[in-house]
Every structure is written in structure tokens, then in C-alpha cells.
Design a protein. Structure first.
Length: 334
């Protein structure tokens, strides 16, 4: 059977080929009990970039490990891959640690990581970074269901269990499963701009961007169709972001009272209509800053902010930079 080229990540160009900068080296540390899905996320996302990254899956001692499924795993690399990496990834594993004390074997392996190496965890992988003291006094996240347990073991970590992922510069953490995909697309966007990240998302058949501050979960399932949900109004709103879009207008489109609409919107998205609209406007502004030559004033109007000052404030609140700084960083690399 022929291999689907979209399902097989392209191999990195050989070193010394002269075809461009050397690939960014990523070591994925598979611990005993590793979750297979999350283990594959770095290769699935980064492997869709035509050799921008070179990935190595390793264990703390070079020996096979069990997964949390009914099969084992035999990586090609031992802890030496950690010493060579530009980014180290710790996927989740089971069972969840019951002590804040680090595993001596893991500690020895992490000691090989060079200073300045970027660290990324998915779900329970945050336990490893926290046990090593790497999250002390830093913001981080993990799966929402583990928040109380995590706080008990690691009180110095500034845990936020209500977000998909946290980017704290050289240390990034995410919630479980699909949030790991969101985080790696975010890293790809940060490294190489939206064009590369969007292409990887299309290859992986996933949404290209979800804000890290979005809620991890909601109490009730989102209705997929029908008049009882707000999804049709959200789709309508996305085509009209350049308008003010008051709560009354949104509720009228959904044929609901403002009170009912606000309640159902919160249940379905985990956030208020106002916050959701702001996030969508910031997302569109980021795209326009990266992909067009429109001025900041023009972009503010296009995305529905009252003035450029409002755009600057919301963008800075979301990602900590000004529109021009964002454009310098991402437009040139996309």
C-alpha cells in the first residue's frame, strides 16, 4: 500500500547539505507509562514543516518503556539526545506521581539538558518539570482534573488549570490531549510565523489557532446544530467583526433574550460573548499584521476595535507586545 505523503512527516535534510540553517533539534522524553497520542504530537506537528525540526525520541536510560496502552516502546535514543537538544519535550505518563520528590533516573537525565534549552510539557509532563524545580514561581498548567493534586505537591508553581497552555518564554506547559496540539502549533507559529503553522495545521487537519487562555473544558456539551445553540451566531459574528456587535445584536440573531444568550454562550464556549469577541478580533489582527501591509489604524478598523489604541492594548494584553513589534517578529518569518 502506498504511503500517504500527508500522513508521513518529511525527513530533515542531511546535515551539511547547505540547503539552509540547521534544523532545530527536539528531544522527546518518553517515560514509563507514556501516553502514545501525546508522545506523537511533536513529530506530527513539527514533522509537517519540511525539515525545520529534527526530532529524537529518547528514554532516560536508552531502554524500552511501557506505554499506558497494551504495547511497549523502543526508542532509538538514550539520554544523550537531551544534551544535544534545542527543545526538550516531556509528554504525559501514568500513573500520576504521588510524591513531589523527583525520580532519580529522570533527574540524572534532565541534568544533561543544556542551560537555555526550551522546555515543553504536555498534561502530566508538568509533574516532571515541577519535581525538578523548573516551574517554581512560574506560571504553568496541566490537566484541569489534576489541579488540586498538583497544587498540593507543588505549591510554589503558579498553576492556572483554566487555560489550554501557558507560554512562559523558555518553559511552556499545556493541558492534555488536543491542548498539546494547540501548544505545538503555537510554538511553530512563534518560531516560524503563521504561514508555516497554518500549513502544518491543514496537513494535520486541525484548527490553526486556539488562544492559550481559552477554557480547558465546559460543563455542558456544545450543541452542534439547531436553534438552541449559539454556534450559528458565532459563525455570523466572525463575518462581522468590523461592526461593534453588541450583546443585544448577538442575542437577536440567535432569537434569544440577552440573558439566555449570555448564559448559553458561557456554557458552550467557557467565556462571555465580550471576551470571545475580543479574542477573535485579536486573532484576526494578528493574521493581518502577519499577512498584509495594512497600517495599524486600518487593521484596528478592519477587526472592529474602536481605535488603534484599543488594538494596541488588547494585543499587548494577549501576547505582551505591540502591533509593530509583532509584525517585525512574525511577518518577516512567515
Amino acid at each position: 500500500m502506498a504511503t500517504d505523503p500527508l500522513c508521513a512527516p518529511p525527513s530533515a535534510p542531511p546535515s551539511g547539505s547547505g540547503s539552509g540553517p540547521a534544523p532545530h533539534r527536539v528531544a522527546v522524553l518518553a517515560l514509563d507509562g507514556v501516553y502514545p497520542f501525546e508522545l506523537g504530537i511533536p513529530r506530527r506537528v513539527f514533522g509537517s514543516t519540511d525539515g525545520l525540526y529534527r526530532l529524537s525520541t529518547c528514554t532516560v536510560d536508552g531502554r524500552p518503556v511501557r506505554t499506558d496502552a497494551d504495547f511497549g516502546l523502543t526508542p532509538d535514543h538514550g539520554p544523550e539526545a537531551l544534551a544535544e537538544a534545542d527543545t526538550v519535550v516531556v509528554p504525559p505518563f501514568a500513573p500520576v506521581p504521588t510524591s513531589p520528590a523527583p525520580d532519580p533516573a529522570v533527574t540524572a537525565a534532565l541534568a544533561l539538558v543544556r542551560p537555555g534549552t526550551r522546555l515543553i510539557s504536555i498534561c502530566t509532563g508538568a509533574y516532571v518539570l515541577a519535581a525538578a524545580g523548573l516551574l517554581d514561581d512560574r506560571p504553568a498548567t496541566t490537566h484541569w482534573a489534576l489541579a488540586d493534586h498538583f497544587r498540593t505537591l507543588f505549591p510554589r508553581v503558579r498553576l492556572d488549570p483554566d487555560v489550554l497552555f501557558v507560554d512562559d518564554g523558555d518553559v511552556l506547559t499545556s493541558a492534555g490531549a488536543a491542548a498539546g496540539v494547540d501548544l505545538f502549533l503555537h510554538v511553530l507559529r512563534r518560531d516560524h510565523g503563521s504561514a508555516v503553522a497554518n500549513r502544518a495545521a491543514r496537513i494535520c487537519v486541525v484548527p490553526p489557532w486556539r488562544d492559550g487562555g481559552q477554557a480547558q473544558y465546559i460543563d455542558r456539551p456544545v450543541p452542534s446544530t439547531g436553534s438552541t445553540g449559539t454556534s450559528a451566531t458565532r459563525d455570523w459574528a466572525l463575518t462581522r467583526l468590523h461592526h461593534p456587535l453588541t450583546l443585544a445584536e448577538l442575542a437577536a440573531h440567535a432569537a434569544m433574550s440577552t440573558r439566555t444568550f449570555a448564559r448559553r454562550f458561557q456554557e458552550e464556549t467557557g467565556q462571555s460573548p465580550g471576551r470571545w469577541l475580543t479574542q477573535q478580533r485579536v486573532a484576526l489582527a494578528r493574521h493581518l499584521l502577519e499577512a498584509t501591509d495594512l497600517t495599524v489604524d486600518q487593521i484596528a478598523t478592519r477587526v472592529g476595535f474602536a481605535n488603534p489604541v484599543s488594538l494596541r492594548q488588547h494585543l499587548h494584553s494577549a501576547i505582551g507586545v505591540s502591533p509593530l513589534a509583532y509584525r517585525r517578529t512574525f511577518a518577516g518569518s512567515s
